[in-house]
Design a protein around this ligand. Structure first.
Ligand code: ATP
Length: 241
């Protein structure tokens, strides 16, 4: 646990580069505040001091990886299950890496991988979860919410961290052994846009269709009149309409 870090993901990546053999699956770096918290594609992750749970967990996949999208979705499921044990029953996932509550963003997930296809994948699983980030005092550029708003008071962050980390440990073992396949139904039951019209933005390009869930690799299935198209993450941003 560190009071201040630029980014917990960057810190863990540094440790992977320096001492792979000393890291064990589940090792976690937590920071009270990040001075350069990151989302995907270099976007900023913002949080006030003491107002969020920000951490990064190490997990290695000795047989390499096919697609990291499934891992990102699995992490979303594990976080939603941990929140349920704290009385937050209606958190939802947005493909591929966000958690929403009442259609406002509650948490973000940032997975980064060191390693090459075919060799051991050293994964950094970054999580930023809003505990007390009041919307009227803190502008993050899109509607967001926090646990204090839904629970009526701020939860104990140590207890929250313990629950989220324990849920990740539990599910990551199963995911490493069996893949994402068995998590498809639960992910789909939490999907904020299930069977709804969505727009995928890829740079300047847009793709519209209906969200029909995910396949065993975590790819999003989007239905149009031409049939189903699969999206595998990367530069894709998803919105409802
Ligand atoms: P999007 O949320 O736009 O679909 P994304 O899922 O790729 O994109 P990330 O890159 O994971 O988003 O996160 C960065 C974005 O999240 C920022 O551009 C900002 O809009 C938003 N954001 C930053 N800090 C917070 C926060 N504390 N709570 C909620 N949203 C935040």
């Amino acid at each position: 646990v560190a009071p201040v870090l630029e980014s917990t993901n960057s810190e863990l990546k540094k440790r992977i580069a320096n001492s792979r053999e000393e890291l064990a699956n589940g090792d976690t770096v937590l920071a009270e505040i990040q001075t350069a918290g990151r989302g995907r594609h270099g976007r900023q992750w913002l949080a006030p001091v003491g107002g969020s749970l920000t951490f990064s967990m190490y997990w290695s996949f000795p047989d390499g990886y096919q697609s990291m999208t499934g891992l990102s979705l699995l992490v979303g499921v594990a976080i939603c299950e941990a929140l349920q044990t704290m009385g937050v029953d209606d958190a939802q996932v947005k493909w591929p890496n966000d958690i929403y509550l009442g259609h406002k963003k509650l948490a973000g997930i940032l997975i980064e991988v060191e390693g090459q296809i075919g060799a051991t994948a050293h994964c950094v699983i970054g999580v930023g979860l809003n505990v007390y980030v009041p919307a009227d005092e803190f502008d993050v550029g899109q509607p967001h919410t926090d646990l204090a708003a839904v629970l009526g008071s701020e939860p104990d962050r140590n207890e929250l961290a313990a629950k989220v980390i324990a849920s990740l440990w539990e599910h990551l073992d199963g995911f490493a052994a069996h893949g994402f396949d068995r998590y498809v139904p639960i992910w789909e039951s939490l999907d904020i846009f299930a069977d709804k019209k969505i727009v995928l933005q890829m740079g300047e390009k847009r793709f519209c269709g209906v969200d029909r869930g995910v396949d065993a690799s975590g790819a999003l299935l989007v239905e149009t009149e031409d049939g189903i198209t699969r999206f595998h993450g990367g530069e894709v941003s998803l919105r409802g309409y």
